[in-house]
Design a protein around this ligand. Structure first.
Ligand code: ZN
Length: 364
């Protein structure tokens, strides 16, 4: 176990799904209000159901658990409450800046418009920030508006994101089944976002390989990669007896490395969805350590705290246990994330200052 208290350290969370971070008790209460039947009737069993279902080893089964969470997030009240509690839970975990992603198109079954859903989530985030500040804490948030890659609404969702750019939305993402749904399928949306100079991150290199990552950069103009762990497939390692390892980066890996494109890795989730199954099934098999050693801009994230039964603190603890990271390593992950945040440069600098101060204090 780590020799330092990771929870109290200032942290940045860039990849955290709103519909993957609900409190089990909240799901139960919201489900009762709308008469939705759940797979368990108490918070403890429900929590266990999510974790067990998510541990299936493939992304498609993992994604099924979201049918339950999105079902209770179809009203203004539901969305606002979930967003508010999300912020409180992040702050409680020591997160000072969180980007929260979610797909408005999945929250329209009870009559809300796309714009109403974004406003409802923003209300919740702001209520959460207010509560944290009233308690003497600090947290900032940004919404990442996501389009589902198997659907055909990406342009509409991109326009929604841009419409709310001065009202809490800081970026755009595509999520859902990666394999078979390349970013170029949504070329019109990405061209529009580029014309609006609007920041984009793309889930890539999780359930598909190098071509998907390359297309996220080429068609998506992604400034960050959602997970990106399968970038390891574009890196050649050759070992000769008695010699140092020779590492050769393929063209995509080299581009991501040299441009400093941040990787939003999510260790537990990557193990659960089979993203790194070609390497093994233990945390020590995760390529994050190799990528970090090679100088990639690695960040650490939770992806879905409910499904993985985790927090950013826990993800960092797991990495400390697996790879022996010290305070300096963990600080660098946070600085990488702050630098890659979809915020103005002065706001990123403020976050970096807070991180440096917090880690300095912990190191004394
Ligand atoms: Zn994700």
């Amino acid at each position: 176990m780590a020799q330092f208290d990771i929870r109290s350290l200032p942290k940045i969370s860039l990849h955290d799904h709103l519909d993957g971070g609900l409190r089990p008790q909240t799901i139960i209460e919201l489900a009762a209000e709308i008469g939705y039947e759940l797979p368990a009737d108490n918070a403890k069993d429900l929590k266990r159901w999510f974790e067990k279902s998510a541990d299936s080893g493939n992304l498609v089964d993992y994604l099924k658990t979201f049918d339950v969470t999105t079902a209770v997030m179809q009203t203004k009240e539901g969305l606002t409450r979930v967003a508010r509690e999300f912020v409180l839970d992040l702050a409680n975990d020591g997160v000072i800046y969180g980007e929260i992603r979610w797909a408005p198109e999945q929250h329209l079954t009870r009559g809300l418009t796309l714009d109403e859903t974004v406003d409802a989530v923003q209300d919740g985030l702001e209520q959460g920030i207010e509560i944290v500040e009233a308690q003497g804490g600090f947290i900032r948030t940004g919404q990442l508006v996501t389009a589902m890659r198997h659907a055909d609404r990406a342009l509409e969702i991109a326009e929604l994101a841009v419409r709310h750019r001065n009202d809490g939305v800081v970026g755009f993402d595509i999520a859902g089944a990666e394999k078979g749904f390349l970013p170029n399928r949504h070329k019109l949306a990405f061209d529009y976002l580029a014309s609006e100079l609007f920041p984009v991150t793309v889930h890539a290199g999780e359930a598909d390989g190098i071509e998907s990552i390359k297309d996220a950069i080429v068609s998506g103009r992604a400034l960050r990669l959602g997970h990106g762990v399968r970038l390891i497939e574009d890196i050649m390692f050759s070992r000769t007896e008695g010699e140092t390892d020779v590492v050769v980066l393929g063209p995509v890996a080299e581009w991501v490395h040299d441009r400093g494109i941040a990787l939003e890795t999510s260790p537990s989730s990557n193990l659960q969805t089979g993203a790194i199954s070609m390497l093994g099934d233990k945390m020590t098999d995760h390529p994050i350590d190799v990528l970090y050693d090679l100088g990639f801009k690695v960040t650490v994230n939770t992806d879905n705290r409910l499904m993985s039964g985790t927090s950013l603190t826990r993800e960092l603890e797991l990495l400390v246990d697996a790879f022996g990271y010290n305070l300096g390593d963990l600080e660098l992950f946070q600085i990488n994330a702050a630098e890659a945040a979809f915020q103005a440069i002065e706001d990123r600098e403020e976050l970096i200052e807070m991180i440096t101060e917090g880690f300095d204090q912990a190191g004394r």
